[in-house]
Design a protein around this ligand. Structure first.
Ligand code: PMT
Length: 220
């Protein structure tokens, strides 16, 4: 890819998990390491873009030249991504956002013995869908890429998410067999309304490079 393929462009990337507090010391979350989103941010910056990476809690260093906005919850991530989205030429939603959060998090530590009922029954409520919320208002000059992490019916679910979330492309990955969450390598499908392109098993950095190439071609 030419070094300046995204020069003058702004790219928003979300990465990592969100964490949703149960009480002052406990939370629900998922196994996302942030590797995929960070690799995408790095590749977009290397292509010359201004990159804003809205990241859940991960153990990764900020990629060179990338503005990182650290967040914890889905609602924090929505607020941070909403600030950047209007200025973004492309937005790539690689984060594994918790679909549900505890409805009434306690601001103190729940104690065994004293708070057994509250610990045994944590009512959940739905989080906002960041991709769907922002893509619902996308302009014709913005290119929006979502991800789909699926245990089965990968392509069928990816097409459904493409439509439901108003994305231009879904990067679909199969969960399990050493793929997707936490791994260095991945096998993905690039799914658009009229195409399905398989990127066979390769490093997440290589996936990111290919994806950024495709995004740059769409913006050109
Ligand atoms: O971080 P790694 O360890 O490298 O793992 C990479 C990954 C598996 C997290 C990544 O490749 C991936 O698949 N990310 C999306 C995971 C996911 O939550 O998929 P989903 O099918 O639940 O969500 C579909 C899309 O909607 C995603 O773009 C997601 O960011 C977005 N979403 C989902 C729920 C929500 N409340 N808000 C969202 O924006």
């Amino acid at each position: 890819m030419p070094a300046g393929a995204l020069a003058g462009r702004t790219v928003l990337v979300t990465a990592g998990p969100t964490v949703e507090p149960i009480d002052a010391v406990r939370y629900i979350s998922n196994y996302s390491s942030g590797k995929m989103g960070y690799a995408i941010a790095e590749a977009a910056a290397a292509a010359g873009a201004r990159v804003v990476l809205v990241s859940g809690p991960v153990a990764l260093a900020a990629p060179a030249g990338v503005e990182v906005v650290p967040v914890k919850t889905a609602r924090d991530m929505l607020a941070a991504a909403s600030d950047v989205f209007p200025a973004a030429d492309a937005a790539i939603f690689a984060a594994a956002v918790a679909d549900l959060r505890p409805a009434n998090p306690a601001d103190r530590k729940l104690k065994k013995g004293r708070d057994d009922a509250a610990l045994a029954n944590v009512p959940l409520t739905e989080n906002p869908d960041i991709l769907a919320t922002l893509a619902a208002g996308k302009r014709a000059d913005q290119y929006v890429v979502g991800f789909a992490a699926e245990t089965n019916d990968v392509l069928m679910n990816a097409h459904a998410k493409l439509v439901k979330k108003n994305a231009d492309m879904i990067v679909a990955n199969q969960v399990g067999d050493g793929l997707a969450f936490g791994t260095d390598d991945d096998e993905v499908w690039l799914v658009t309304a009229d195409d399905e392109v398989l990127l066979p098993l390769m490093s997440k950095r290589a996936v990111a490079g290919r994806l950024v190439e495709v995004v740059a071609a769409h913006l050109a």
